[in-house]
Design a binder for this molecule. Sequence first.
Ligand code: 5GP
Ligand code: MG
Length: 179
Amino acid sequence: MEKITLHDKSFRICIPNEQIEESIRKVAEQINTDYKDVECPLFLAVLNGSFMFAASLLKHINFECEISFVRLSSYCGTSSTGEVKQILGFNKSLEGRSVIVVEDIVDSGETMVEMNKTLLSANVKDAKICTLLFKPDAYKKNLRIDYVAMSIPNDFIVGFGLDYDELGRQYKDIYVLDE
Ligand code: 5GP
Ligand code: MG
């Protein structure tokens, strides 16, 4: 489909599925090389947005690994640094594990910085980030984003797991707001 309408907005196709899958295959190749000697890494896919990316990525992974799906939830902390997040949905210990976070999109970087802090406080051995999409012009943090399947301009996109107000996650292509 060339165009879709979600709620009150219309979107046009910008990245076709073949291109998405090809970029995922390439990033998986890099991960296969980097992790070939690492003991049973754990992929932590951040819901809801990364469900489709995680499914595509993991089909290419050729080393022994585990995958778990988590949610980042903010709770009211009293700390002056603002929001504190916790990882929901993972009940085994993360201590000593090599973790690869699987994220749909990195924008300002806020979410991944929180995720990284949470993982470090859980005493992981090592944590890396793998994102389907990265917006370099919106990124405001110093945290290294280790694996990027595709860099995109600072536009609002949907599809391949990403939503506009919960709609549009099921599309196999990526769409941009049609203005
Ligand atoms: P960050 O914390 O890096 O600013 O934002 C990351 C989160 O913002 C993503 O996990 C995603 O939920 C949301 N987000 C950022 N940019 C987009 C976009 O273009 N489209 C959609 N659907 N969500 C986005
Ligand atoms: Mg996300």
